[in-house]
Design a protein around this ligand. Structure first.
Ligand code: FMN
Length: 240
């Protein structure tokens, strides 16, 4: 049975629905808007249903609390097994300190690059709601929200690798409508463009293009291992 995870419904109670497209409103903590959500999935199935591929890195916006102050920043997320969610976060960031403090955060999924821009460079414009199951804010303008409870952390030197479990999920769209951002395909196109410029490039330009192509190959393998994009850049760069 598919059931729904309800956040802050007006009565403040949790409900489970067997209808997969019930709508409700989340309180927005007295900020500018309510977050209207469609709640659709069993927690264990969320990552798979959203289409996350194991070990691929997806770009998202992580929101967290510093005390009671809501904060957000763009971050990469991945899953090794469709159960755990992983984020590697620089120790120098506020987000890292917040997650260490609260042991929780929210992953806001959006295909809107301007929301990424705002969460990096125009943070004062962000509108927040509140996650239901963990102590974290959510971004009112994102398409879907994963509530993450941190279960482990690993010190990687300049970063901390946080592992967490899905404590809640809600969305403003049906799962099939939620588009994820993975950089693999865009990077493969960049590599193709760089490769196509080589025949007419000067020696210096060619060296620079080859360095760029090698960098792209490394990043594609990191963000989309086993993908068609990785195979494409591997074959093309092996012929250079
Ligand atoms: C698309 C995108 C993805 C990012 N991914 C990460 C990441 O996975 N880990 C990280 O520590 N920083 C990442 N960053 C950089 C942080 O967003 C940036 O350092 C930010 O200033 C940290 O914010 P904070 O100090 O306000 O928490 C990413 C930035 C962008 C634009």
């Amino acid at each position: 049975m598919i059931y729904a995870l309800i956040g802050h419904v007006p009565m403040g109670h949790k409900h489970a629905y067997d209808n997969n497209s019930k709508r409700c409103k989340r309180k927005n903590l007295g900020l500018k808007a309510e977050v209207s959500c469609v709640f659709v999935m069993k927690k264990p199935k969320v990552l798979e249903s959203l289409g996350l591929r194991k070990d691929w890195i997806y770009e998202a916006i992580i929101s967290s609390y510093s005390g009671t102050l809501a904060h957000a920043a763009p971050m990469g997320i991945s899953t090794p097994d469709h159960e755990r969610l992983v984020a590697e976060i620089y120790k120098s960031s506020r987000t890292c300190a917040n997650i260490l403090e609260k042991k929780a955060y929210a992953v806001n999924l959006s295909f809107d690059v301007s929301l990424f821009y705002d969460s990096y460079n125009k943070k004062e414009s962000l509108i927040y709601g509140r996650a239901e199951n963990v102590e974290a804010p959510i971004l009112a303008n994102a398409d879907a929200f994963l509530e993450i409870s941190v279960t482990g952390s690993e010190d990687l030197g300049d970063r901390i690798r946080f592992t967490g479990k899905i404590a809640g999920y809600s969305s403003r769209r049906e799962p099939g409508e939620i588009k994820l951002i993975n950089r693999g395909d865009a990077l493969a196109l960049e590599a193709l463009i760089a490769i196509s410029r080589i025949p007419s490039a000067s020696i210096e330009e060619k060296e620079s293009l080859l360095r760029e192509i090698a960098r792209i190959c490394r990043v594609v393998s990191r963000v989309a291992p086993g993908s068609a994009a990785e195979e494409c850049v591997r074959v093309l760069s092996s012929r250079l």
